[in-house]
Design a protein around this ligand. Structure first.
Ligand code: SAM
Length: 283
């Protein structure tokens, strides 16, 4: 009889964030397949678990999967973990899981933390529908194209980002999505955990982006039908802003509407319509 593959979620920072079941499974299996043996050893040491480890990372996952499947077929129970959070979520794991399913090996998830869900839960942004988009592309052009394709997505959007690109990504988000709400979750569950909630423009000026350290999740408001969300007070301010932009920058109404709409993350059509209806109100 074949063994079982357990896909075990582990902490994303605070080592206390592991379930009793996960600890039991890690103690019971024959072998633990992990991303980086040094990282997993820290967790195992903390809970006094002594098990053989084999590495299964981005560079050997394909060949390692075959070896793991062979062991499972021989009846060994294996726990699959990654360095942090849930295996397969922007981490290795998918290939082993898919192959085990293909070979009709029993596969069970031992649920626990994932950084995207942790950040989303307390982002203050709608939770009923969301889209996790993983890491943003590293190259600027690819990233901007990726974001353009998501511009009209109404669900709350979640991205992973590294400290090296956080500034550039926030800038691109602002330039492409307009001034939407965002939550920047840093170092979740760790000692220096912080949350910055606000609008992209404000966050860009508020955050000391040069000196930021750590790991980040960005949770961004989805595309909205503005009519529902802009109050009548905001509507008057918008119209005033269009008029001031025309005056101060010597722009045509069309150009000013375009500018204001982009700054606020609103559609040009909506802002244009507003300027007409408000003129009508005043008459
Ligand atoms: N498997 C993990 C999960 O379930 O979330 C994700 C691993 S992925 C290689 C690492 C990225 O996840 C980081 O660059 C960061 O964007 C996010 N991340 C992981 N832990 C985090 C934490 N404690 N605080 C903020 N972001 C975190």
């Amino acid at each position: 009889m074949s063994g079982t593959l357990y896909v075990v979620s582990t902490p994303i920072g605070n080592l206390e964030d592991i379930t009793l079941r996960a600890l039991r499974i890690l103690k019971e299996v024959t072998l633990i397949a992990c991303e980086d043996t040094r990282q997993t050893s820290k967790l195992l040491q903390r809970y006094d678990i002594h098990k053989p480890l084999v590495s299964c990372h981005d560079f050997n996952e394909k060949s390692r999967s075959l070896d793991l499947i062979e062991r499972l077929r021989q009846g060994q129970d294996i726990a699959l973990v990654s360095d942090a959070g849930t295996p397969g979520i922007s981490d290795p794991g998918f290939k082993v899981i898919a192959l085990a399913i293909e070979h009709q090996i029993p596969v069970f998830a031992i649920p626990g933390p994932a950084a995207f869900l942790t950040a989303l839960t307390i982002s203050g942004l709608p939770l009923h529908r969301f889209a996790f988009e993983g890491f943003l592309p590293e190259r600027k052009m690819a990233r901007r194209k990726f974001l353009m394709d998501l511009k009209a997505e109404p669900r709350t959007l979640i991205f992973y980002e590294s400290v090296r690109r956080i500034k550039e990504s926030l800038k691109d988000l602002f330039e492409i999505f307009g001034n939407r709400k965002v939550t920047v979750a840093r170092e979740l569950t760790k000692k220096f955990e912080t949350f910055e909630r606000g609008f992209l423009k404000e966050i860009l000026s508020r955050l000391d982006l040069k000196n930021l350290k750590g790991e980040f999740v960005l949770v961004v408001q989805g595309f909205k039908e503005e009519e529902i969300h802009v109050s009548s007070l905001d509507e008057s301010t918008l119209v005033q802003e269009v008029e001031e932009t025309m005056k101060n920058h010597n722009l045509s109404k069309k150009e000013a509407v375009k500018w204001v709409a982009e700054m606020k993350g609103l559609s040009r059509k909506y802002v244009y319509r507003l300027t007409h209806s408000k003129q009508g109100d005043a008459a």
